[in-house]
Design a protein around this ligand. Structure first.
Ligand code: SAM
Length: 356
């Protein structure tokens, strides 16, 4: 269903220089939110959208830039202030047409009440993490956001900068922001954040393309393409992270470059099917923590077992020497503290200390 908010968003995209394929359809339902579907067959290699970087909401593009930078805020904290600020000025925000499409907040564990966290996460590896998240976010707000309210020049509307609004902004940033490049840092990327996730089976990649790669020629293009690049030297971006784990694109060192972000099909998609992006190869704990959902039959799901528990169990059955031999064997087999990009969710005790 094309809702009024989607129509307003499309108008907004048009007026901000977005190009996207007519073959993409946005659907909006109260139960499932927004999804992107294929109206006709999409082919691997199709460039289905081009997003101007300066239409992304970042600290650099926000009207609150001076205040944020003068206060020494940056990163996610700076982006949270930028997002709260743009929300606070309503229709006057250049992103009004985009912001009206966002939910108030994303239902991540960090915005659950403490009761819900204690009841629903007890016994899971997220329990302590989310408790700590909540405490840290509150401290962040007290230390960094509250003092902004006394700063005169921008006359902030305080009701948009309360603790609840800060949690809401953090939940949206966790679930929808991208690391854009060295200049912009993290930002909200309209359009790119409409795609849902499918673990290890995405159809589209979100990439950053340097302006010098751009070409007017489009010899192989089909009707679904928006103008394709000749030789794109692309870096794939995923929500919240640089996908390749490589350095962020540093070609953009000022705000006036013409760099664009592109969405490129990495697989054929047939008519009527949903077009998925990837948020990474994540376990269900990581998905829940960052995005507020889990996936059935997630091939990348893992269960962490605290090594201390395993050692206690082993020591209760076997001698200390035998237990140590076991630990050494696990090490040789590569069983160790997780060193993946998402290790924050999966850390097992790294204390391999000897015990008798
Ligand atoms: C980047 S947004 C995607 C667009 C979103 N569906 C919307 O309505 O705007 C990310 C959010 O979409 C939802 N989402 C994405 N992929 C999902 C999936 N495979 N299953 C359930 N919810 C998903 C989650 O709420 C997640 O926090």
């Amino acid at each position: 269903m094309v809702t009024r908010r989607l129509r307003a968003f499309k108008r907004w995209m048009k007026s901000h220089g977005f190009q996207y394929s007519d073959a993409l359809e946005f659907t909006d339902s109260p139960e499932q939110g927004i999804a992107v579907k294929a109206l006709c067959e999409l082919k691997e290699g199709d460039v289905v959208a081009k997003i101007p970087k300066n239409a992304c909401l970042t600290v650099k593009t926000s009207g609150a830039r001076d205040m944020i930078e003068d206060s020494g805020l940056d990163g996610i904290l700076g982006l949270a202030v930028a997002l709260m600020y743009e929300r606070s000025i309503g229709e006057e925000s250049p992103w009004a047409g985009y912001l009206q499409l966002l939910p108030d907040q994303e239902c991540l564990p960090l915005i659950w009440t403490l009761n819900e966290v204690n009841k629903l996460l007890v016994g899971t590896e997220l329990h302590k993490t989310v408790q700590e998240d909540k405490a840290l976010i509150y401290e962040d707000w007290k230390e960094n956001i509250l003092p902004l309210l006394d700063l005169a020049p921008l006359k902030l509307n305080t009701k948009f900068f309360g603790i609840e609004q800060y949690f809401a902004a953090k939940s949206l940033i966790a679930s929808r922001s991208f690391e854009i490049d060295e200049y912009h840092g993290s930002g909200m990327v309209p359009f790119a954040d409409l795609f849902n996730h499918k673990t290890g089976a995405e159809d589209v990649h979100f990439t950053t393309i340097s302006s010098h790669d751009e070409s007017d020629s489009d010899s192989d293009s089909n009707n679904n393409d928006v103008e394709a690049n000749e030789e794109p030297s692309a870096t794939t971006l995923i929500l919240g992270k640089d996908f390749n784990g490589s350095e962020l694109d540093s070609s953009s060192v000022s705000g006036d470059d013409m760099t664009v972000l592109e969405m490129i099909m990495v697989k054929d998609v047939c008519v009527g099917a949903e077009v998925f992006n990837t948020y990474g190869l994540l376990s269900n704990a990581a998905l829940l923590h960052r995005y507020g959902f889990t996936e059935q039959d997630n091939l990348y799901d893992i269960v962490n077992i605290d090594l201390e528990l395993v050692l206690q169990w082993s020591r209760s059955l076997y001698s200390g020497r035998y237990s140590r031999a076991r630990v050494s064997m696990w090490r040789r087999l590569g069983y160790s503290a997780c060193v993946s990009q998402n290790s924050e969710y999966f850390e097992i005790s790294t204390d391999w200390g000897t015990t008798d």
